[in-house]
Design a protein around this ligand. Structure first.
Ligand SMILES: Cc1ncc(COP(=O)(O)O)c(C=O)c1O
Length: 420
């Protein structure tokens, strides 16, 4: 039976390899930190490399207080819950964390998920029906795209961060007409009941921040709701780490925020949706990843509580991250590298002005690895054609010495390939 399917799978795998898109895992032999032992390809000798490609923005992935909190929770609350939340999977600490996140974001209520992928997967279908419309940024994360696919609401996509286009589309969604004029649109237009604009707070390939002030104003003007996925901003962007929402000064004006605990906030796993209390209550009643998937492990919940406490007590890590980011951005661009300007610790080093940008992104990242700097090169179709890049991610855990070593390696390799 399997023989026929096996042939198809092998053919598909061959196609992936031939198109240069095969993903290979690098094996790390340490905890997640700035200097790690890696073997790549698997089975090769281990080498110590500087880690510039994790989402460990605040360095909490191996932070002593976080580990202590997780260990304590193993003693006080056990290892696992062996239940979904509404049967027997809710502990006092799950409720405590939901309350803490609500206070942090100044929202009305919060619901935890096993991941932000689940939070997004369980959102749209639950709160929007065929009478409604979702308007989504073209570069939104895969989990938003998949979540929207599950919903029966009408779907509109706007060009990335193009506010004029967004306004045009909201007007059309309000009237219930299709995006494009022209023949073939014979269906009776039906005005949308409720409209939700969905956007990433920070876009992970470019490190650019959504124009939330303008989005909120448009939402007010056309009576729409706004949803922001702040996975790449929670904990470090904005004055107190309240993400792109705080950075854009729209605290209290976003209806739904989803985010992850799997990046800056300790980096283990877990996600949440926080926002209007009626929406969160409906999610508790109907959201499928919440109803049909196990509760977040107690040690992760306790560690996340500790992570929010750390943010509340001091700005030190956030400030260090921002200082490191500014230092790296300033120095890499003064060497002559072309970066997307901004303030985010995602620093994309663009290679699009060279004809062979895709190949360059692979050659440069390989050479950097040889020089002891672990970064990843992205090229089409992961990013648009002609926009290949090396994506660097800065962490508060990096020391000035780490940053200087990386900059030195970039200089050497950049010169070799005549990129600078
Ligand atoms: C914008 C965005 N949303 C959601 C996710 C998924 O988060 P999680 O790892 O918690 O499922 C990611 C992770 O890559 C992300 O970048």
């Amino acid at each position: 039976m399997y023989q026929r399917a096996r042939y198809d799978y092998l053919k598909e795998l061959e196609n992936i390899k031939n198109s240069g898109l095969c993903k290979h895992e690098r094996i790390i032999y340490d905890d997640q930190k700035p200097l790690i032992n890696v073997s790549f390809p698997e089975g090769e000798k281990q080498r110590e490399v500087l880690n510039f490609c994790s989402n460990n923005y605040l360095g909490l992935a191996n932070y002593p207080d976080i580990i202590k909190a997780a260990k304590n929770a193993l003693d006080t609350h056990g290892f696992g819950m062996a239940s979904v939340r509404f049967i027997c999977g809710t502990q006092d600490i799950h409720k405590e964390l939901e309350k803490k996140i609500t206070e942090f974001y100044q929202t009305e209520d919060t619901i935890l998920y096993s991941s932000c992928f689940d939070a997004n997967g369980g959102l749209f279908e639950t709160i929007l029906g065929p009478e409604d419309a979702i308007i989504t940024d073209a570069l939104n994360h895969a989990s938003i795209i998949d979540g929207i696919r599950l919903s029966k609401a009408k779907r509109y996509i706007y060009d990335h961060s193009d506010m004029k286009y967004l306004e045009k589309i909201i007007k059309r969604a309000r009237l219930g007409i299709d995006i494009w004029d022209g023949p073939g649109l014979s269906k009776e237009p039906k005005p949308a009941r409720n409209i939700l604009i969905a956007t990433d707070g920070v876009f992970s390939m470019d490190g650019d921040i959504a124009k939330l002030r303008e989005i909120v104003e448009l939402a007010k003007k056309y009576d729409a709701m706004v949803m922001v996925d702040d996975s790449h901003a929670t904990g470090f962007l904005g004055e107190k780490g309240r993400g792109s929402i705080e950075y854009n000064d729209v605290l209290g004006e976003i209806d739904i925020i989803t985010s992850t605990l799997g990046k800056a906030m300790g980096g283990a796993s877990g996600g949440f949706t926080t926002g209007k209390k009626e929406i969160v209550e409906i999610l508790r009643q109907k959201s499928r990843p919440y109803l049909f998937s196990n509760s977040l492990a107690p040690s992760i919940v306790a560690a996340a509580l500790e992570a929010f406490d750390i943010l509340g007590k001091s700005d030190e890590l956030r400030k260090k991250l921002m200082d490191n980011t500014e230092y790296f951005r300033k120095n890499i661009s003064s060497m002559g590298f072309d970066i997307i300007p901004g303030v985010h610790p995602i620093v994309p080093i663009m290679l699009g002005k060279f004809d062979n940008d895709a190949q360059l992104s692979q050659d440069i990242s390989k050479d950097l690895y040889e020089e002891g700097v672990y970064v990843v090169g992205f090229f089409f179709p992961v990013v648009p054609k002609g926009k290949a890049r090396i994506r660097v991610q800065i962490s508060a855990a990096h020391s000035k010495e780490h940053l200087d070593k990386a900059l030195e390696a970039f200089k050497k390799v950049g010169k070799k390939y005549r990129v600078i």
